[in-house]
Design a protein around this ligand. Sequence first.
Ligand SMILES: Nc1ncnc2c1ncn2[C@@H]1O[C@H](COP(=O)(O)OP(=O)(O)O)[C@@H](O)[C@H]1O
Ligand SMILES: [Mg+2]
Length: 359
Amino acid sequence: MDTASGAGHVDLRPDDLPDGLVIADRLGLVVCFNAEAARLAGQPADRALGRPIDSVLPLEDPDGRPWWRLTDPYGGLATRSGQPERNLLLPGGREVLVAARYVRSRPGGPVRRLVVTLRGTDARKRTERSNAELIATVAHELRSPLTSVKGFTATMLDKWDRFTDEQKRLMLQTVDGDADRVTRLITELLDVSRIDSGRLEIRRQPVRLDDAVRRQVKVMVNGGCRADRFDLRFADSVARVWADPDKIDQVLVNLLENAVRHGEGTVTIEVDRVPPTRTRQEGMAVTVSDEGPGIPEEAMHRVFTRFWRGNDRGGTGLGLYIVKGIVEAHGGTVTVGRSSGGGARFRFILPAGTPAFLS
Ligand SMILES: Nc1ncnc2c1ncn2[C@@H]1O[C@H](COP(=O)(O)OP(=O)(O)O)[C@@H](O)[C@H]1O
Ligand SMILES: [Mg+2]
């Protein structure tokens, strides 16, 4: 039978495994060589079966020493139960992660079966490559404001007497703005690193999203935005969400600033209830829409990625990545779309009500 057959028994086919699986019998002869093992080792199963495992998989450690001779599964310590995962090389220099288990009939007895798993390192290589790319991007992002700071300070120091006070003030204002930009970039990068490493701390307490929106709009207005740019529409009954108020403020600030800076016209902020479904509990949603140019259809799937910027209005491209990280750390979701006025529409949903352990 192909599927689970009652009584908790699953008929597992080795070829279904995402990892390579090689099993040798008590003599060290290969009795199982699954599809992924064949792919990684670059040889078909029928050529491996029945042959000694050390000749089928001539693994070497990074110093070029033969791994089977080093570990000696059949002749080594009888108390050993296997080998932890290690990075080894196959002939031709292909890297694989290898782990082994020694199956014995009784503790201390001879090895009855040797089970080896192989895993490709492509995924890890990709991560390493994307980390390198990230560092390059960050260095680049930091260099441009610092180049400007250095340029202006060097010019002023060099020709101090030749500039009027007004010219010096202008240069200092640029330096001041660039310094702010570097600080902001670093603050946001620290958030990104917390999100990426799963260290984002969420201190939950009851939060009313309508109050939070009202407060952040007031902050924007105090900061120089016209009050009539904002249109608030709140549902009659707003349920509390169990959330970190500072983090929710951060999400709102990002979305409101984006709507004002990248969008145009009236910014509509709605807070409404999302009824429960079979798979999701009741939620509260906040929708921020504007009447600007919106996000091009082909770029919508990229707005939440790090450093993506659709225009050159001085942003870092990290805001929406942080928004998504915070919302998801709360067990919520965030989406982007087009508003009825043609602009961008961002909507996030947070689970409503108190968590089970408090009710
Ligand atoms: N309301 C909006 N209208 C149009 N484009 C937007 C809007 N919000 C975000 N964007 C686009 O998404 C990009 C990424 O946004 P974000 O991650 O907040 O970075 P930043 O605001 O620092 O540029 C912006 O550069 C902008 O091109
Ligand atoms: Mg932004």
